[in-house]
Write a protein of this length. Sequence first.
Length: 157
Amino acid sequence: MSSIASISTPPLTSSGPSSGSSSRSSTPSIAPSSFERARIAVEPESKDGIHTIPELIEFNARENGDAVFCIQTAKNGDEVSISHRELKQAIHKCRRHLIKTITQLQLPSRGSDGKFVKGAPIALLGESNAVLLIYLLTLVSMGVPVSNSLCAIHPAL
């Protein structure tokens, strides 16, 4: 059974919601020459490399922190760049926000018999934007099953 809750958007940066790169002293670089590619391990038994999305986010925040993760165009037409470091910070803020505001949120746990128990899934509904992706990545990193549905909303509405 899915939990449906009304949640407000947590701040993406320390200066407030969707503050964008205009409030930062430097804009993340789109293609730094020193970008370090992660080694992805596709075999589950492999000890080396990146196995999960949370591991990839951690690697890129550490090794490629200033590189651009994405560019979001705001409704007013301004572009907001989000670096890999800012993505990781936004996910941590979002995690705290979700735990604080959704009392029905169930994280994975071990049952009394020692077996792994999944939490109840969460459904995300929203427009396609960076904030929705941050919620999705946050829930994935928390081990919460998530379903995503994008709503195409006509600009005139």
